[in-house]
Design a protein. Structure first.
Length: 227
């Protein structure tokens, strides 16, 4: 082989080696950056629970606003010692309940329920499990929910709601603590005093959702005797 040919071969080999070196260095840098990103990624992903001021829409297009003064939706529901039902308004303690079952209403109406005061938008949670038998809009109760117990012997009534929980539907099974909607003043409730009107009815096998015999819910919620 001539001297010039040997020189050209050496130059070509040097060029290949230099190119290979640059390519290797490039992938080392890229690989290092990628590994660093993957190593730090879990610290960047933070799961945030649903907090007050969440805003979504129910099936009717009404906004479901969780009050800034309301507890987080994921906060534990309160069940008083000796109580048979969980308190259906998030963050309300048994000591805050008032037995309003026998309070008279205008036009001679009986108040066969308990009023649980809370800021508008406070989460309303299922006091007990069952099936949503009826979602009903009435002049008096506003947006209401009727939940039948699994054995059919009780009907739990939630009224004056500001909004239903998204996706809530008749025939849907609910468990204690499930989000049903939010406290409001729909129907004939005073807008300056939002509250949940909660009633319990004893039901016979033949009773429809709007029938039944009223039961004082206060002892069932507070674990205490009625006044």
């Amino acid at each position: 082989m001539s001297g010039s040919a040997k020189g050209g071969l050496v130059r070509d080999m040097r060029l290949v080696l230099v190119t290979a070196g640059f390519v290797s260095l490039f992938w080392l840098v890229v690989g290092g950056l990628l590994m660093g990103w993957l190593w730090q990624r879990p610290d960047d992903v933070v799961e945030t629970p649903v907090k007050p001021n969440a805003s979504v829409s129910d099936e009717d297009g009404d906004t479901l606003d969780i009050s800034a003064n309301a507890p987080a939706v994921l906060a534990p529901q309160v069940t008083a010692a000796g109580a048979r039902l969980a308190i259906p308004v998030a963050g309300v303690e048994a000591a805050q309940l008032t037995d309003t079952y026998t309070d008279a209403r205008g036009a001679g109406r009986a108040h066969d329920a308990i009023d649980i005061m809370a800021p508008a938008g406070t989460p309303v949670l299922a006091a007990s499990g069952g099936m949503i038998e009826k979602l009903f809009l009435s002049d008096d109760g506003g947006k209401t929910i009727y939940v039948r117990s699994p054995d059919g012997s009780r009907e739990y009534y939630y009224a004056h709601l500001q909004a239903y929980a998204p996706g809530l539907a008749e025939g849907q099974a609910v468990a204690t603590g499930d989000l049903l909607g939010t406290v409001g003043s729909s129907g004939n409730a005073d807008a300056s005093a939002p509250h949940l009107h909660f009633a319990v009815n004893a039901m016979s096998e033949s009773d429809d959702w709007y029938e039944g015999t009223p039961i004082n819910p206060y002892p069932l919620l507070a674990g205490a005797s009625a006044r």
